[in-house]
Design a protein around this ligand. Sequence first.
Ligand code: GCU
Length: 449
Amino acid sequence: MMVGRSFLPLSLALALLALLAPAAHAQLPQRDVAAGRAEHARMLKSLGIDKPLRPGVSYNKAAPRIVNYDEAKAGPFSLLPDPLSFPDGRPVADAEAWWKLRRPQIVEAYASEEHGRVPRHAPKITWRVVKETHAVRAGVPVIEKRLAGQADNSRAPSIKVSLDLLVVTPEAKTGAPLILEFGFPDGSPWGRPAPAGPDWRDLVIARGWGYAILDPTSVQADDPAKLNQGIIGLANRGKPRRPDDWGALRAWAWGASRALDYFETDPAIDPKRVGIEGLSRYGKGALLAMAYEPRLAVGLIASSGEGGAKLHRRRRGEQVENLAAEGEHHWMAGNFLKYAGPLTADDLPVDAHELIALVAPRPLFISVGNDEADAWCDPRGMFMAAVAAGPVYRLLGAKDLGATTFPAPLTLIADGDLAFRQHEGGHTPGPNWPSFLDFAARYLEPGKK
Ligand code: GCU
């Protein structure tokens, strides 16, 4: 979340908002910071780490580590792991070797060290429509459905989880393409963002598509103190996480899969033509959803940064140590904390180009704001990751980015199945929506000009 040109830790930002905001914001969740800290300490102990972790970087000049924005100091880093080499150095010769052998190795490295594992018997979700209304959006009559996805809690009845999903589809159509956003079904609690281009929902409806908004926090709270609740807590029957249990990003991505299960039952939607979009922490979540859910057809990954499309090994903008700190560690598996203590980013068995490669050959649009206002995300680090995912796209018969030089802002690179655009705004997908929807239309409405 950004205020002015610097990033605030979520807890501080929420506290500030609580002070500034009118009653409408009163429902913003407050974190129990001490409980989050205790959970972090518990995980460190279960990893056998008895020294403090290296601190994250900060824009605050008084902090122990100041964020680096100087490109000359962004490296060097050790070579990126090669997605197309087996651990013993043998090359991945063909698509079959990728799908059968190499891709599962990368998925396993992510499950063990970064995102954690989805439990084998994750709770079943039962969807029901709680409200249905007729409205007009962008001049198009639409049906708005609010759905609740109730998690089976028979194994831990005190933990209740209900996924919150809004689905809006053109009334006159069946089998429409749909864009799913990780966001706020009732609109952003931070108020409308500064006008940065047209409202994406209008753009989507005007194309005759539908849109849906899933609230990720209804799957799993964005709060380290609440890992014994939500879908993670329910699956663990309220017990604390093990080091390779799933983190919030993996749980949010799992929530997108459950939304897809619903789309498959709704005749208004063509479940084979669903795209996903998310910003920032929800951009990271949307990238994981694309990586793990093959039914998703296309993704817009906005300002996802560290833990998203940015290379961990780049010493620019946010760092591994920030993700591993108290306030963000719940996004990740517990094992990830090791890389801000006894190990470093260079020891990670995988890097962001391989997360992008897990999406291949499906189309992915990587979006970011200008290099100054959105520098925390390290735009160049995301571009480099997209370039380094290219060989996997090519192996699978798809087209890579088609560029290797970091482009000037506003340059659209979208000739292949990977796309990149740095707009001139800040930490928002806003100005990139029209380019993304044109890109998505190539896949969602292939026959249409
Ligand atoms: C913080 C965090 C980022 C995250 C962002 C957001 O700035 O460090 O990793 O993307 O919040 O979600 O707004």
